[in-house]
Design a protein around this ligand. Structure first.
Ligand SMILES: Cc1ncc(COP(=O)(O)O)c(C=O)c1O
Length: 400
């Protein structure tokens, strides 16, 4: 029998502190454990409408079109590329590290040209480089600017208002497309106030659902670009999906049980209140940052994010000394102390580990995770100062 079907008993719960997938609230699990429905059942349409409305409310964009895909974040990236850029057309990808580069590589694989702004390790997006690149594009060949709000690998969040100002200052008509995979439901994001034309995300992080639903929210200029775009496409086509029939909206059968979960998760977010959700994430991130400062006082560990103001509320990337076996550290944390955390990605592989602190998370969970990580660091002989005490102090001083 597979270890998934007959897992070895562990007492209590293993704490999941990867930055996605994140733990599922009981209400989401319960909502998903229903029988699917026949496609003409009016509850199917009501569930889809609740998910669409909930996302519009989360993003503060009441008039946006929302499209869901039975896909992960890469699927939603693909949907963006296929709709906003014609074959052979150019997009500008703002450098944030691993995730901007992955999106750029996928965009090139789909037959589009990519301009990249440089990425400086430890720093968020350089809006002035975007402005310069767009000023240099006198013929307005660039059809869209792709920006990752929170790069889950670097754990840096970028200033989207500055990016909007950069595009406007250059007087460039490019669409602004933002990846909020790692920030939606964790950090403030006001699509309309920021002048974002397209936002894309996925279910498995701040939205507290299993992986499997990718989505885009598209405003009028984004829809106009999709309508004018002759590039061949079918499953991802926003124009084809703009339909009242749920079967057409989903280009086939909707992933119903995931959508039951998503409706429940959005309900949890709004019953807590969006400002309270953001404040909770900021408080918990502050506790993790306090712990990292404590650990780093012994000289071995450090923050990857050099710009403290840009450290994300979702995840923290912690650098380790050369030669550290990060996979062994993760394994001790997971198997001995029941704390799952993530490793370094892309250029940070082997150089860092990451603690996720987003989604269905509270102070006790964060303290437990930090305690487990600190214990694993000590077992592995990595010099650390007292981090957990600093996190406790941060939470004790924080807002109720
Ligand atoms: C910021 C960001 N964008 C896109 C993705 C890709 O999402 P997925 O792994 O669901 O394809 C991720 C995944 O972690 C991410 O963190």
């Amino acid at each position: 029998m597979s270890p998934i079907l007959t897992p070895p008993r562990i007492p209590g719960r293993r704490f999941l502190h990867s930055p996605g997938p994140t733990p599922l609230p009981d209400a989401v699990l319960h909502a998903m454990s229903q029988q699917p429905m026949d496609l003409a059942d009016p509850r199917v349409d009501a569930n889809i409408a609740a998910c669409e409305d909930g996302l519009r409310r989360l993003l503060n964009s009441p008039a946006a079109d929302v499209f869901f895909f039975a896909a992960n974040g890469h699927g939603a990236w693909e949907a963006v590329v296929e709709n906003v850029a014609d074959l052979g057309a150019t997009v500008l990808v703002a450098g944030t590290g691993h995730f901007s580069e992955s999106w750029a590589v996928q965009t090139e694989a789909l037959g589009r040209q990519v301009l990249r702004t440089p990425w400086r390790e430890g720093w968020p997006i350089d809006a002035s480089a975007i402005e310069q690149a767009l000023r240099d594009d006198r013929g307005h060949a660039v059809q869209a600017v792709f920006a990752v709000h929170t790069d889950t690998a670097s754990s840096l969040s970028s200033d989207l208002a500055a990016i909007r100002r950069a595009i406007d200052a250059a007087g460039h008509p490019a669409l602004l497309v933002v990846d909020v995979v790692a920030s939606a439901g964790a950090a403030p994001f006001d699509m309309d106030a920021l002048g974002v034309d397209v936002a894309m995300g996925a279910s498995q992080k701040g939205l507290m659902c299993p992986p499997g639903v990718g989505w885009v929210a598209v405003k009028a200029r984004g829809m106009a670009a999709a309508r004018a775009n002759p590039a061949p496409r079918f499953y991802w086509d926003w124009v084809r999906r703009r339909d009242d029939l749920s079967y057409r909206k989903f280009c086939g059968t909707p992933p119903q049980n995931l959508l039951f979960g998503l409706e429940a998760a959005l309900g949890l977010i709004f019953s807590e209140g969006l400002p309270a959700v953001h404040a909770r994430h900021a408080l918990l991130a502050g506790a993790v940052h306090a712990a990292v400062e404590g650990w780093a006082s012994a000289g071995a560990l450090g923050f990857f994010a050099r710009d403290a103001a840009a450290r994300s509320v979702s995840v923290t990337t912690i650098t380790v000394p050369p030669g550290t076996d990060v996979e062994a550290l993760r394994s001790v944390a997971r198997e001995r102390f029941q704390v799952s955390m993530a490793g370094g990605l892309g250029p940070l592989a082997g150089r860092a580990f990451r603690i996720g602190h987003l989604g269905d998370c509270n102070p006790a969970m964060v303290l437990g995770a930090l305690g487990g990580v600190e214990a694993a660091l000590r077992v592995q002989g990595i010099a650390v100062g007292d981090g957990v005490t600093r996190a406790v102090q941060h939470l004790a001083q924080g807002a109720a």
